[in-house]
Write a protein that binds this ligand. Structure first.
Ligand code: B4P
Length: 186
């Protein structure tokens, strides 16, 4: 099964993805984690990505698409995977469609988390990662609305979108996701 997790910064994509990959036993492909790992390792790619992440901007599509294409070549992705925080632009979504259709393995589902912006802000401030400073959070929200939010329509048009209320505890949100999966399996 191939699933995309979509949602604003701090909506819980990473949190819910960790639960979902345990249930589905598929690899977890988080572009945010991959970029942060590249920075920790001090690679050129990591240093380049950091310039964008630290300002609340998206890392260029070419960088992110290269990471995803390499990861999809690994044998553990043959039976499926969970894309967490990718795609984040319509261009990334189109590129992903192309890569997957070449492999004959299209997307099955797009889970779209929605959470009130005040709640998102509180969660991110509490998390306190380097890119969770007030001015960077506001920039990430703006970037999300301009570049990622259009993906809701993109995937709704393709009948793949499953909207989820992301308010409440992580367990409550995960139960809503499980209900969607159970309905699909019926
Ligand atoms: P990401 O790593 O994807 O991070 P995020 O959107 O900020 O967080 P997420 O939604 O995963 O929230 P989480 O579960 O951690 O992106 C970081 C940056 O990387 C981007 O800004 C961008 O620059 C770059 N990037 C990544 N992918 C890219 C792409 N495809 N293209 C270009 N650039 C890209 O939850 C947040 C906090 O809330 C946590 O502390 C968590 O414990 C808490 N929480 C979660 N669920 C909760 C709940 N239900 N109730 C209360 N708290 C909750």
């Amino acid at each position: 099964m191939r699933i995309v997790f979509l949602g604003p910064p701090g909506a819980g994509k990473g949190t819910q993805s960790a639960l979902l990959v345990q249930r589905l036993r598929i690899p977890h492909l988080s572009t945010g984690d991959m970029l942060r790992q590249a920075l920790i390792e001090g690679t050129d790619l990591g240093k380049r990505a950091d310039q964008f992440m630290s300002r609340g901007e998206l890392v260029p599509d070419s960088v992110v698409l290269g990471l995803i294409a390499d990861r999809l070549d690994a044998p553990d992705c043959e039976t499926g995977c969970l894309f967490d925080g990718f795609p984040r632009t319509v261009q990334q979504a189109e590129a992903l469609d192309q890569v997957l259709s070449k492999r004959g393995t299209p997307l099955d589902l797009v889970l779209a988390l929605d959470v009130d912006e005040t709640e998102l802000y509180d969660r991110l401030i509490q998390r306190g990662r380097l890119d969770d400073r007030p001015e960077v959070i506001q920039e990430r929200f703006k970037t999300y609305v301009a570049q990622t939010r259009p993906l809701f329509e993109y995937y709704a048009d393709r009948k793949l979108l499953a909207p989820i209320d992301g308010a409440g505890t992580p367990d409550e949100v995960f139960k809503r996701i499980e209900a969607i999966l159970d309905r699909r399996a019926e």
